[in-house]
Design a protein around this ligand. Sequence first.
Ligand SMILES: Cc1cc2nc3c(=O)[nH]c(=O)nc-3n(C[C@H](O)[C@H](O)[C@H](O)COP(=O)(O)O)c2cc1C
Length: 218
Amino acid sequence: MTKKIYIINGSPRKNWNTSKLCESFAQGVVDVGGCAEIINLYDVDFKGCRACSACKLKNGKNYGFCSYPDELKEILKKVSLADGICFATPIYFGDVSGVMKMFIERLVYPFVRFDKQYTPIPPKKLKTAAMYTMNVDENTFLNQYIGKNNSAPIGFFENWITHIYEKPRRICAFNTFQYHDYSKYDDKRWDIEDKIKQHEEVFPKDLENAYNAGKNFI
Ligand SMILES: Cc1cc2nc3c(=O)[nH]c(=O)nc-3n(C[C@H](O)[C@H](O)[C@H](O)COP(=O)(O)O)c2cc1C
């Protein structure tokens, strides 16, 4: 049967770094006979967990699932019954973007029991991937965002995914291009020549990595 893979895009910018990685990953999935759908979270009208606790109510009809009635409800349902999820996000303040954080609250919280082990109870154990785009280089990402023993925000994010699903295959794009024309913006933090070089020489390889990750995903 055709494998269904959802790619969850936590970037607001269509056609920019994260979206391009999503498209490459999707193409990889499709080229080996899978079905890929990109969900742009900025197009979905939803908020984070409301702490209504309906997903934890003993014998409740919504036990173990987020049934808060907004546009995310049906998406959560289909995503959690798919064959795999690829989470894609720009790094914002050393963490996933706000919408990705809200998505994770709604997806993961209902799928852990509140016992000593936080026993995972997703309807299916899914294959996962995680794609990140950011300004910083790989060392900074590993040291400050993943952290020692996954103690920093992105490490923590991956721990929760790994807890309920499989460990995500990680794809990164570092030192990304944030504007088409840096001279127009008040941004002196980065070496622009270096950015241009990275954009022209390395970013195409990042896209290829995402494509291959999609191909090997199913
Ligand atoms: C609100 C905001 C916060 C950001 N914080 C960080 C950060 O902490 N570290 C980093 O490396 N890049 C940071 N960036 C840069 C983005 O992660 C980077 O440009 C990313 O590739 C943007 O993805 P996009 O092209 O898909 O929008 C930030 C950008 C924005 C808009």
